[in-house]
Write a protein that binds this ligand. Structure first.
Ligand code: LLP
Length: 456
């Protein structure tokens, strides 16, 4: 995560910095996707590493001076992590497993942050065992105590509950949910307490929620509140914070103030991409003057439009209201439509789509649940059995949230591009190639044997 990193500064502007602001499902080559489905089978996730690196470049261009960490939870597949480990960003991890995978993929310990949300003991044991390189973000005094019990007093960040949130769905609107972070009026006190107990307090953090496309007011309000708090902590201002209880009014030299992630990626063709430069500008303005460096930790933005899910039509069933198109990917492969009513574009990859009439369809998976619908009321060139369909913006929280429900093995993942790692991915990332270069199997398809392997 040094200044010399490949996605560091790019004066050439947004386009040159990483291609179009969003890659739509229509931009993927149907012929190439058909080939991949033929070769690797379906359901299949296709992930373009070059696009992931291009997205990193666009973030860097919009936030030239910020610390940028990739929220690993969006997609922890090694092919993604290794692409980003060489791309000048750090890793934000939600669990010991994510920390281990990030380190394995090549992120340096000092570039890894572990955001402990009600952390299981095993997570703390593991992370503490790694030493004091990485930064641990705590959202409760209990977590501070549990770290101290483990004789860990390393780099610490205090997560704040800013009292405002936003997101594409209530279930991912985080900022005001009491589960997350220390109430903002108690955060300065906790930071000071931690400092007086010997922790190296390096940052403050808040996260509004996920998938914010338009409603950035809450995000800005978060930044404004975090800016005030940062100034109070930096100045040692105990006023109204109760900080005086924890030993004096010395200011804390903070390295960073993180406004979290949440940058949305449009799923529908008619939705405009996020104005990243605009968001960056207003975030800075809302934060105001602080000594600490601005930090962001997007997940979705890096990977959402770098991935598609390929599936095959098994059943075409006319019914009075709609034609039910049964495919081999369902809520086990892509949970987001069932869990959040999330929209994902669906496109036929048939080579003769131009000759087919368009009909209204409901695209359903093979899981025995009413919720197992990938898309309702979709106009598609009349599907026939054996066709491949592609499901768009599936790179974030797709494979990551897949399950084996109904004893259905999880899909395979194939990675495109990024044959070379490190600084070479710089040039590759800048070249927008919708076919994405060479393919390689990144995660093999799960098997029925895998499903019972843990049973005794
Ligand atoms: N930082 C923290 C502390 C987070 O909790 C999250 C996401 C992020 C960063 C990254 O947010 P992003 O930039 O990806 O929006 N499964 C849901 C999204 C859950 C997000 C959870 N936290 C979905 O599929 O929409």
């Amino acid at each position: 995560m040094t200044a010399a990193s490949p996605v560091a500064h790019d004066a050439a502007g947004q386009g040159a910095a990483g291609g179009p602001p969003v890659r739509r499902l229509a931009d993927w080559s149907a012929a190439r996707l058909r080939e991949l489905a033929d070769e690797y089978g379906t359901p299949l996730y296709v992930l373009d590493r070059d696009r992931v690196v291009a997205n990193a470049r666009r973030l860097r261009t919009a936030f030239p001076d910020a610390e940028i960490h990739y929220a690993v939870k969006a997609n922890a597949v090694g092919a993604v992590l290794s692409a980003l480990a060489g791309a000048g960003v750090g890793a934000e991890c939600a669990s010991a497993g994510e920390v281990e995978r990030a380190l394995d993929a090549g992120f340096a310990g000092e570039d890894v942050r572990y955001t402990a949300v009600n952390p299981p003991a095993a997570d703390l044991d593991f992370v503490v065992g790694l030493g004091e390189d990485l930064t641990i973000t705590v959202g409760a005094r209990d977590t501070l105590d549990r770290l101290a019990e483990r004789d860990w007093t390393g780099r610490l960040c205090v997560r704040v509950n800013p009292g405002v949130g936003a997101g594409h769905h209530a279930k991912v609107t985080t900022g005001a949910a009491p589960k997350f972070g220390v109430p903002i009026d108690r955060a300065a006190a906790l930071a000071r307490e931690a400092s007086s107990r010997g922790f190296d307090v390096v940052g403050l953090h808040a996260h509004a929620g996920s998938g914010i496309l338009e409603a950035f007011d809450a995000h800005h309000e978060l930044a404004r509140r975090l800016g005030d708090l940062t100034r109070a902590v930096e100045a040692g201002d105990a006023a109204g914070t109760g900080a005086g209880r924890y030993g004096g009014s010395d200011g804390i030299d903070l390295e960073f103030v993180s406004v979290g992630g949440g940058f949305g990626v449009p799923a529908r063709p008619e939705e405009s991409p996020l104005d990243l430069d605009g968001v960056a500008g207003t975030t800075r303005e809302a934060l105001g003057a602080v000594d600490a460096r601005l930090a962001i930790e997007p997940g979705r933005y890096f990977v959402a439009d770098a991935g598609v899910l390929l599936t095959r039509v098994n059943t075409v069933k006319p019914t009075p209201g709609t034609t039910v198109v049964g495919v081999d990917a369902g809520m086990g492969s892509l949970l987001r439509p069932a869990l959040y009513d999330a929209h994902h574009e669906i496109r036929s990859l048939a080579s003769d789509v131009a000759d087919r009439e368009t009909i209204g369809t409901t695209v359903t998976g093979p899981v025995c649940e009413t919720a197992d619908v990938l898309g309702r009321d979709r106009e598609l060139p009349r599907p026939t059995r054996g066709d491949y369909l592609a499901v768009g913006t599936a790179g974030a929280y797709g494979y990551e949230m897949a399950s084996t429900y109904n004893s259905r093995p999880r899909p395979a993942v194939v990675a495109l591009g990024g044959e070379t790692s490190g600084s070479d991915t710089d040039d590759r990332g800048a070249r927008e190639d919708s076919t994405g270069g060479t393919a390689r199997l990144a995660v093999r398809r799960e098997t029925l044997d895998d499903l019972v392997r843990l049973e005794r």
